[in-house]
Design a protein. Structure first.
Length: 313
């Protein structure tokens, strides 16, 4: 792992779903992981999650030295952080809580370690505001679940050093993630904003009676969703531009697309609309539990990622 200084010991702070998924992934990449969480059942829940995720990680391929035996747990946060090379924080999304927690982690960790937050909505400017060494604090926001989906959004705060951002990009890439750098901090970062933009139009079309919830889902996952699993929208427009590629697209096809952009609507998210979606989704789920659906989704995503690795350079 070509990260300078090298990352060998990972500390997971907060072992809910995101933290546990991160822990499973880091173990699969051959790292030592020490986890900490004040919850009374935190350790047993964490180990159960890792055990359940391991067959899928094994199918993807484990790194040399990968072992669940490299997971330790400590209810003492200070002890857990004392020798950590990297911290992945996954605490509740409350600004006051994260500010205090980061200040404590800043005191407890070695000075050359990186403290990364999985925060999805709070900017690093806020989170690092109580730290004495804010330059080593960075957002490393995963897409859920981290042990399956490669994306990590990396963005610093006003006091984060360029060296820390570069180190984060290098580290995440070295362990098989797909890091993207955000040059500006925005609430929700970018991937969740992409989801929100699409779902805004889904809700609008459903509310306008254009199509059902189930057909909206089908239109995405059996249409553009398949393409997006291969390449992003801009590269896809390059393909869509034919022999002239993206230049032809921008010159001849962007205007009608721009017209559609202007026609996009904003839904009135009423209790009735919410209930319409709830009823339709439960019907679409057809009795399958959330866990069953998640397992099916993970299996398909793993197959797609394996196929991508085999066919796309």
């Amino acid at each position: 792992m070509s990260v300078n200084p090298p990352v060998k010991k990972m500390a997971i702070v907060g072992t809910g779903v995101i933290g546990a998924s991160w822990a499973a992934y880091y173990l699969a990449r051959g790292l030592d992981v020490v986890a900490t969480d004040p919850g009374p059942q935190a350790e047993s829940n964490l180990r159960k999650y890792v055990d359940e995720a391991w067959p899928l990680l094994n199918e993807v391929g484990l790194s040399p030295g990968a072992s669940r035996d490299r997971l330790t747990f400590s209810s003492d946060t200070g002890a857990a952080l004392a020798s950590a090379d990297w911290v992945q924080e996954n605490a509740p999304e409350r600004p006051d809580f994260k500010i205090k927690l980061f200040a404590q982690m800043d005191e407890a960790t070695p000075p050359n370690s990186v403290i990364a937050s999985s925060s999805s909505g709070i900017t690093m400017d806020v989170i690092q505001s109580g730290c004495k060494r804010p330059e080593r604090c960075v957002i490393g926001h995963p897409f859920n679940p981290p042990h399956v989906v490669p994306l990590v959004e990396v963005v610093g705060g006003a006091k984060t050093s360029e060296a820390t951002i570069e180190r984060a990009m290098t580290f995440y890439a070295a362990i098989g993630k797909k890091p993207v750098r955000l040059h500006k901090a925005l609430p929700g970062h970018v991937a969740n904003r992409f989801q929100a933009a699409l779902y805004k139009e889904v809700l609008y079309l459903v509310q306008q009676g254009v199509l059902s919830v189930a057909d909206a889902d089908a239109a995405v996952c059996y249409g553009p969703g398949i393409r997006w699993g291969v390449m992003g929208p801009s590269l896809q427009w390059h393909v869509g531009g034919g022999e002239g590629g993206i230049k032809h697209f921008m010159e001849h096809l962007m205007e009608p697309l721009q017209g559609m952009m202007k026609a996009l609507g904003t839904p009135d998210v009423t209790p009735q609309l919410k209930q319409t979606v709830v009823d339709a989704v439960l019907k679409e789920a057809a009795g399958r539990s959330v866990d069953q659906l998640a397992q099916q989704e993970n299996a398909v995503m793993i197959a797609l990622l394996k196929q991508r690795a085999a066919t796309i350079t």
